[in-house]
Structures are given as structure tokens and as C-alpha cells.
Design a protein around this ligand. Structure first.
Ligand SMILES: [Zn+2]
Length: 444
């Protein structure tokens, strides 16, 4: 399988460090608020990537962190009148319920800054020992000039960065590019260290968590494209200084989701919280999957409506097929026709090429067409079961799946009676039976 590597600017073959296992880390949220649908994009993308790799037979170990101490959290605790820990806990829970709402697997590893402090302090000590960091007052800064090839990921040259007006120069730093590894912080949650009572810097936590969880380099480091500079650049710099590696073989970044032509932001008042999505969250997933993950997506209601209509078609066909196989007792995991194999090959080919999910969605729609034709036509059992098995797997990989339950004997009898009543044009009885079926939880 190939993925676009931001580090090399090339589409590269994924060659796992450990055979048959793929390790993934993507930067998670600072937990001081709900997440908007732009923040949901990496959740959906990396969940899809993980499921696809598992579909290909890899064992996937994925981690995503929580930044659970931060000035924004402290500020929010003052607004809400609760402690920092309570704010963090509240928004971690909200985040996880959004993850599940988005039909994403919630079983990834979830390291937290507050659980990684001793390791972070050791890491900073190590950087000072090798001359890559220095103490200034109660703070510790990374010395960018200590690393020759700083700027590899974002393709920036140190000279240009220094000249750039956006880098603020402060007296406590040797250079405007240097960034804080440890900050003296007298208020709120803080920790003793050799330098001051304070808190670690954001860029340090991810390096340390990755090292703690995986013990060395990982296969894929991900996150939104807005994290390339400075966050990921600075993660790499610290790791290069101490461990002489770039953390991950492949750096994968998803594009932003805009609201129309504008950036989605609270200050512009155009934020849609994930929890407030009006559509089926799987239809939102489909909207994202219909775009290349690296491209910017401009979210509009119209675009969402189109994706919702398309999702309904897919979902309805899958439901109908499930119901038909259920009533006729046709389920069989082992059935696999050549036609289904060909569909699956097309789906795999699309995803193997840098997760080309728009092409993957086309394959799903092609199967849906065949399912509808077969259900209206010959109803060949082998073909239907095989199309079902294939479609089910693809919908699972893309997170468009439904958890459908088979009918019990009683409901199956009701269902057959309902069909009989309809055939006999006994509409009154049919309506009554239909109501009974729906009341007992059968989705028709
Ligand atoms: Zn990070």
C-alpha cells in the first residue's frame, strides 16, 4: 500500500518496521471545548486508515493523545467554575462520545500529558545534556541552531524563518525560533522540575508519548496539515537531537475542512459542533470520504444533503439485502463469487493508492446498483450472499456500516404473514402486521 509522505513529498510504499504490524500516532485534541466537524476529519480519516490496514491483515496499534493541561483549559475552568481536571475530564468524555457518534473505533491508546510528566522531564534533561536545549530563567528552550537540518518536514530554511516577521523575538530566548520545552507556571496544575514549578511545552509531549508507548520509531505519524509547522517540525527536531531519527517513516496529513470558503472558527461564528450534526454521522463520513483526504473540503449544507441522499441509497440497499437474506436464511460467510472478488480488488486498489476513498466509494455504489437489480430480478442466492459479504466488509472499512440484528422466529413469522397479506391485498391486516414488526424493533 502507498501513502503520501509529507516528509519526502512523495507517494511511498508502506513498509512496516515490524512485519505485519503497523504503528500509528496522530495528534489529539487539547480538551477545553467540544470538537467541531473540522476537528472530526482526522478522527474519520485515521479510523478509516486503521480499518483498511486491518482489512489487509495487518495488526494495527494506534494512539492519539489528550493534551489535558494547557492555559486554555485553565481559562475554561474559570469560565465554568470547575477545576482544570474536571474540565479535561468533561471534554475527554465529550470527545470520546463524538468518536463513537462518528462510528469510529474507540479502542485506540489514549496517552495524557498528566500521566507522562516524569518521562517528559527526563526527555528535557536529555536534550539539555546533548546541548540541544538550554535553561532561561525558570523555562527551558530547544536550541534550533543545534540542529543542522531543521525544517525538513515543512521545507523551510532556518534563515528564512528567522527573517520571517511572524517569529517573535524575545529576550529570554537565544533565537526567535527556539521553542519552549518547559514553562514556569505558578497557577493551576503544575509540577516540580529541576528548572521550576511548571508545565511541559506542547511540542514535547507527543515525542515522549510515542517513545513511551512504542519504544522507538513508528510507521505513521499523522495529524491535520495545520500541524506540519511548527508542531510536527518541532517534534522531529527534538527527536533528531536525542534519538537521531524522525519519529515516523511516513508523515501523513489530512487537509482542512472549511465552512464554505472560510475557515471554521468560533470567532467567525461558523462552527458546527460534531455533536450537533443534523445528518446521520455516517453521511458526514461519506461526505469526507468522497474527497481526497489531502484536499481541503469546503463544507456546505448542499454538499451534506447530496452525501446524505447517497448514503441513504447505500444504507437502504444494504438493509433490504440483509432482510432478504435473513428471512430466507441465506447468510454464509464463505460464499465468494468471482464478481465479488473483482469488486473487492477494485476497492483495495483504490485504497492502496494513497487511500483513494473517492474511488472506493464508487466501487460501493457499483455494488449497490447490482444489489438493487438482483433483488428486483432473479434473486440468485449465491450472488446475493456474495455481494452482501463484500459490501458489508467495505462499509465496515469506511465506517458506513450498520449493526443489524437478525429477526427472531416470532418476527420472521410476522414478516411472512405481512408479505402474504400484501400479496393478498389485505391492506388493513398488512398495516397492522407492519406496525407490530416495527414495534418489536424490526427495521423495514
Ligand atoms: Zn503532536
Amino acid at each position: 500500500m502507498k501513502l503520501y509522505n509529507t516528509y519526502t513529498n512523495k507517494i511511498e510504499e508502506l513498509k512496516p518496521i515490524k512485519e505485519n504490524t503497523v504503528t500509528i500516532y496522530y495528534c489529539g485534541p487539547t480538551v477545553y471545548n467540544y470538537i467541531h466537524i473540522g476537528n472530526a476529519r482526522p478522527i474519520v480519516f485515521f479510523d478509516t486508515l486503521k480499518k483498511y490496514l486491518e482489512h489487509k491483515g495487518y495488526k494495527v496499534i494506534m494512539a492519539s493523545n489528550f493534551t489535558d493541561i494547557n492555559e486554555k483549559i485553565l481559562k475554561q475552568s474559570e469560565i465554568e467554575g470547575i477545576s482544570e481536571m474536571e474540565v479535561a475530564e468533561k471534554y475527554i468524555n465529550a470527545y470520546m462520545s463524538d468518536v463513537r457518534f462518528l462510528n469510529a473505533d474507540d479502542s485506540f491508546l489514549k496517552p495524557r500529558v498528566t500521566e507522562t510528566i516524569p518521562e517528559i522531564i527526563d526527555f528535557i534533561k536529555g536534550l539539555i545534556d546533548v546541548g540541544a536545549a538550554y535553561k532561561s530563567g525558570g523555562d527551558v528552550y530547544y536550541r534550533v541552531s543545534s540542529l543542522k537540518n531543521y525544517g525538513q518536514l515543512s521545507n523551510r530554511k532556518t534563515d528564512e524563518l528567522i527573517q520571517g516577521a511572524r517569529v517573535e523575538v524575545r529576550e529570554e530566548k537565544e533565537s526567535g525560533l527556539d521553542f519552549a520545552l518547559w514553562k514556569e507556571f505558578p497557577q493551576g496544575i503544575n509540577y516540580p522540575s529541576p528548572w521550576s514549578v511548571g508545565r511541559p511545552g506542547w511540542h514535547t509531549e507527543c515525542c515522549v508519548m510515542i517513545h513511551k508507548l512504542f519504544g522507538g520509531m513508528i510507521d505513521i505519524h499523522g495529524g491535520g496539515a495545520d500541524l506540519i509547522f511548527p508542531h510536527h517540525e518541532n517534534e522531529i527536531a527534538q527527536n533528531e537531537s536525542l534519538y537521531h531519527n524522525r519519529i515516523a517513516n511516513i508523515w501523513v496529513h489530512n487537509g482542512r475542512l472549511n465552512f464554505g470558503q472560510e475557515k471554521m472558527s468560533k470567532s467567525l461564528g461558523n462552527v458546527i459542533w460534531t455533536k450537533d450534526l443534523k445528518c446521520d454521522p455516517r453521511a458526514f463520513r461519506l461526505l469526507l470520504l468522497k474527497a481526497s483526504y489531502r484536499n481541503v473540503v469546503s463544507y456546505t449544507d448542499e454538499l451534506q444533503d447530496q452525501a446524505s441522499v447517497e448514503f441513504d441509497k447505500i444504507n437502504t440497499a444494504f438493509h433490504k439485502l440483509f432482510l432478504y437474506l435473513d428471512v430466507n436464511n441465506l447468510f454464509d460467510d464463505s460464499v465468494n463469487t468471482e464478481e465479488s472478488n473483482n469488486f473487492m480488488k477494485k476497492f483495495d486498489d483504490a485504497n492502496d493508492e494513497d487511500m483513494n476513498t473517492p474511488n472506493g466509494v464508487t466501487v460501493i455504489n457499483d455494488i449497490v446498483k447490482e444489489v438493487n437489480l438482483e433483488l428486483r430480478g432473479k434473486k440468485n442466492p449465491e450472488r446475493l450472499v456474495s455481494l452482501y459479504n463484500t459490501l458489508k466488509e467495505m462499509l465496515y472499512v469506511y465506517g458506513l456500516d450498520s449493526k443489524l440484528e437478525r429477526m427472531n422466529e416470532e418476527n420472521r413469522k410476522l414478516y411472512n404473514d405481512w408479505n402474504l397479506a400484501r400479496q393478498n391485498k389485505d391492506f388493513e391486516k398488512a398495516d397492522e402486521l407492519r406496525k407490530q414488526l416495527i414495534d418489536s424493533g424490526v427495521e423495514l
